[in-house]
Design a protein around this ligand. Sequence first.
Ligand code: WTA
Length: 650
Amino acid sequence: MSDAIEAHLEESRRVPPSASFVARARVADRSLHAEADADFAAFWLRQAREQITWYREPTESLDDSNAPFYRWFADGSLNLTYNCLDRHVEAGGGDKVAFTWVGEPGDERVITYAELLADVERAASALQALGVGKGDRVAIYLGMVMELPIAMLACARIGAIHSVVFGGFAATALADRIQDATCKLVITADGAWRRGQIIPLKDIVDEAVASCPSVEHVLVVRRTEQEVAWLAHDTWWHEAMAAADPRCAPEHMDAEDVLFMLYTSGTTAKPKGIVHTSGGYLLGAIMSHQWVFDIRPDDVYWCTADCGWVTGHTYVVYGPLANHATSVIYEGTPEHPSWDRHWQLVERHKVTIYYTAPTAIRALIKAGEDAVERHDGSSLRLLGTVGEPINPEAWVWYHEHVGRGQCPIVDTWWQTETGSIVLSPLPGLSTTKPGSAIGPLPGMKPVIVDEQGAEVPVGGGGYLTLQRPWPSMLRTIWGDDQRFIDTYWSRFGPTVYFTGDGARTDADGDLWLLGRVDDVINVAGHRISTTEIESALVGHPAVAEAAAIGAEDEIKGEHIAAFVILRDGHEATEELRQALATHVAGLIGKFARPKLLLFAPDLPKTRSGKIMRRLLKDIAEGRELGDATTLRDPAIVQAIKADADRQMHR
Ligand code: WTA
């Protein structure tokens, strides 16, 4: 679509909530926003007392005496799994389906709340039998099998801290994360299904754990059933489950006890272990899931995220379960075995709420409308997106073809760090616009600021900050309080949270996200830092220097382009190009493989030695080159461009 048409779409289309939706919506006016704005600490404490079942009810709301190390509901005591499982079963809701799990090969498991509780209790006992207790760290490295949520919940039941590592990460990346958290136990599987192929998870874990002395046991789920090597510290999941005590009482956790950590990329090569605690995180998950998804007892809700990312934590596991929802989980990717897989599942399971990433939507557009139209999607009533800005064209397609023009779309902005959704339309309240995240949920205070930290007036753009603490906010970076302060609480002052995103408001004051303003690339909704890729590249013996950038990608939002200077004695061959891309994938994971890798005689640097990333971006995106006169050596750009032209026209 041309830029002009796209701009026109952005500005002109308005989709008000339908009358029928408004009539039944959980949030249909701004009274919650008003209550929160009047006294946000009191507002959150009221919600916390009403929505969470506590062992000891909190009397305190926000403790900001040691900002930015904020604490919430600190004198409260609870257990997440009691709130997600036991309380529903005790109230007579044990027979309700918690998850309909569908495997990639087509196998299915329907699990009720009572059954899920039984499995979680057994798994929790099994962890205890392996010596895992409160405060211990457990790495979970699995595909989207039912055991993944069960393992997370089993940790939460006994107060162990889970660190889920996405099954697409390579052995080195996995080892870094296990070492940083000094995990005692790793939970994995023999393999994971991925487009009909097996990802050999166990082999990868064996390689990683060889350099992780803290690991005492590896618990292995049987999924893909190929032969695997068996080491002294290995235990089969099913054997541990069979031997385990079927009962396991929930540990009483303080609201500020750590629930989980989840690694995400920052602007250095070392990933950050984002730390979330129990009470505040749960409240954020519960409230946002109710408000944004307008969840009702008869909904069938499907969030397509993998539990390896934060969306899977908050909107596959904790939010939906705490709200006693029925969810669908699908093990595979949308294109396997065919592009209508998701719509088949929507039809078969009568999904009412569908929440996915813009990348998936763009890929589905490419696959064609008939894949959607071949199936009955009339059960759908609400659609959502997350992970990256959605372009208006994709939004409109989603609205018309998946939503039949009748389903509101919630474009939800948030981060691993925020724990739960911060900005989103509310489906019974907001007039939506294709590509806009509209505005804050109750209690949140986004402020767009300029370079100096001054608020940008309505209609302008700048840096997105959050200027009021919220319960599900990150508490720190694991083992690195200083980095926590430096990354999030320094740029604009000690009480201003810097998101790392750019944003603008339109004339109505509605918010539009503009992507990252730091060195983080967003590939298909996965965060990767440029430095992580660069350090992987310079770790290769042929590479002297490297620069990585995110370049625009039609489907994935961004793809990785890398510029490489070779050491003397190495030749710029096609084989080396492939070898370097494979090297990066081998260290970080396949999703981090550079799509474009260019050899450069030198990197374009300013006279003060700063790499001109903008020029690299122009080259990678095949644009006319901008001003290069400030460069130390303008000829370099032409040389890189020549290599780029050869690559792109092959
Ligand atoms: C981006 C994913 C635009 C953003 C929940 C953020 C978005 C980063 C949106 C966090 C959205 C997420 N519109 N951009 N609706 N949602 N982002 O930690 O750049 O994996 O900072 O959390 O994704 O990615 P993360």
